[in-house]
Design a binder for this molecule. Structure first.
Ligand SMILES: [Zn+2]
Length: 104
């Protein structure tokens, strides 16, 4: 539950701190990156609280995370990249808390 709350609170906090003038728009863009979790739909079971997403789900692979880093370079894709990296970081922290690993 705390994990899901952080998926909303951290992007909102980053938006308020670093995009003060357009924080609502910035927050929405970063929250929209949660669509990356649609890759859970191809897993069986779709949701498993004890499973580590990082390295398991297709869009949570380490080489995809590298692409998310690259998205941060260009101004037009930066918020998407930041949102995705926040998401991956929170998922990885969740892996560490629940399973003692950062990556599956
Ligand atoms: Zn995820």
């Amino acid at each position: 539950m705390i994990h899901m709350m952080l998926h909303f609170l951290v992007p909102a906090l980053v938006a308020r701190l670093f995009y003060a003038n357009v924080w609502q728009r910035a927050c929405l863009v970063m929250l929209a990156t949660m669509v990356v979790d649609l890759d859970h739909l191809v897993a069986t079971p779709i949701y498993d609280a004890t499973r580590c997403s990082i390295g398991f789900h297709p869009l949570h692979q380490p080489w995809f995370i590298l692409i998310y880093c690259l998205l941060c370079i260009h101004k037009k894709t930066r918020l998407i990249g930041i949102g995705l990296l926040i998401h991956m970081l929170l998922d990885s922290i969740d892996c560490q808390v629940t399973n003692g690993i950062w990556v599956q």
